[in-house]
Ligand binder design. Sequence first.
Ligand SMILES: [Zn+2]
Ligand SMILES: [Zn+2]
Ligand SMILES: [Zn+2]
Length: 143
Amino acid sequence: MTLPLPTVNGEIQLKDKLSEFNLNATLDEKCPKCGADLMVKRGRFGEFVACSAYPKCKYTRNLRLDVPCPKCGGAIERLRSKKGKTYFKCSDCGELFWREPTKHRCDKCEGVLSIKYKRGGSKVLHCQNCRLDFPMRKEEDGN
Ligand SMILES: [Zn+2]
Ligand SMILES: [Zn+2]
Ligand SMILES: [Zn+2]
């Protein structure tokens, strides 16, 4: 009798699950299938985009980065491998990225800088071509 939970345990658990499932940001993007808003949901395999008209409409896709593919300008999707490692893949040309690409360019070679996590969790920008790390930059075009 020490639990501070109100009486109907089953219902509360259900509500918690639902609210977690619904605690999602709506995207500025419409479902290509039915035109309803798309939203970000959190599932067992991380976050993904789903149609807000679910379960009527079952459209889902992976999260995309704001940054276009450095190779073809296509949309880069955030994916998770079976081992739980996050990786990125261009949905157009299929290019794989093990580190999250950014809008920033290397001072030396103009290559795309990606985010590298250092021990301890701090982030730096990394150039794969030069194998150099740069401090994180502020968004130059931050609105
Ligand atoms: Zn839909
Ligand atoms: Zn591409
Ligand atoms: Zn470079």
